[in-house]
Design a protein around this ligand. Structure first.
Ligand code: B1M
Length: 209
């Protein structure tokens, strides 16, 4: 029997080979995908971050934990979407320049897609100019979603949001990521902020309406 604790332990210790079986078993046993994600995986990565902060582990361990989580999310993906059929248009998403974290951004992209958007994912380390080029190439895009996980990349989020808002674009800008707050979002002129992926999908729909 796979428990949430087994899954959390596998993510925390980077047991890449075990995660697929553990998540598959947990789903077969009736555990909800969203519970596995929130209680098993996201909490485990938070614990990894705390260990890193205390210098109990280092970047390679953090990386293997991230890969293990990504593998687990692949298995959960078909179960996490809402299967919405309404079309809300295009959403451009990316992690801002200098920032390589993409697990949260990918979850946000997945939830936004399943809420009924066509998602254009620019990936990680996306410069202000790359965002502007994507908006120029997709003038019908409704929302641009910027993610940042590092306090050091918050200024880049600010530059990007301000460049978009300062251009002649109708697209709405939403922001999120662990260090981002509503106050910061207001300060940089973003149209919206969400703390998590499910909230981000709701927000994107509201902004696109
Ligand atoms: Co990094 N890292 N990391 N890391 N890493 C953090 C963020 C850190 C908090 C760890 C710590 O010290 N406790 C710390 C940042 C400290 C700070 O800035 N104050 C940190 C550091 C320091 C670093 C390096 C600088 C380490 C080094 O090299 N010395 C380096 C930077 C590299 C770079 O980006 N240039 C680095 C590297 C890495 C790895 C590559 C090893 C790996 C990332 C792998 C990957 O993403 N492919 C990694 C990891 C895994 C983490 C932690 C452990 C986990 C991040 C994660 O994926 N969480 C993280 C610690 C932590 O977060 N507690 C840490 C799970 C994910 C689901 O949550 O991304 O927060 P999150 O997304 C959430 C919400 O934030 C929100 O929704 C998501 C789901 O609910 N959200 C949005 C995210 N984007 C949103 C956008 C929205 C709305 C909501 O709208 C647009």
């Amino acid at each position: 029997m796979s428990t949430i604790q087994d899954i959390a332990q596998a993510v925390e210790t980077g047991k890449l080979k075990l995660i697929e079986g553990l998540v598959t078993n947990a789903l077969q046993e009736g555990l909800e995908a969203v519970t596995i994600l929130n209680e098993g995986m996201i909490k485990a990565l938070a614990a990894v971050g705390e260990k890193f902060q205390r210098s109990e582990i280092f970047v390679p361990e953090m990386l293997v934990a991230a890969r293990t989580m990504k593998k687990g999310v692949e298995i959960l993906k078909p179960k996490l979407g809402s299967g919405a059929t309404t079309s809300f248009g295009k959403c451009i998403i990316g992690t801002v320049q200098g920032d390589l974290h993409d697990i949260g951004k990918n979850l946000v992209a997945m939830m936004i897609e399943s809420a009924g958007f066509e998602v254009i994912d620019l990936g990680v380390d996306v410069s202000k100019d790359q965002f502007i080029n994507a908006i120029t190439s997709n003038p019908d895009a409704k929302v641009v979603a910027l993610s940042a996980l590092l306090t050091t990349t918050m200024p880049m989020m600010q530059d990007t949001a301000r460049a978009i808002k300062g251009g002649r674009f109708t697209v709405k800008v939403m922001v999120g990521g662990a260090p981002i707050t509503q106050e910061f979002a207001d300060q940089i002129g973003a149209d919206g902020y969400s703390t998590d992926a499910a909230g981000a999908a709701q927000l994107a729909k509201k902004l696109a309406a």
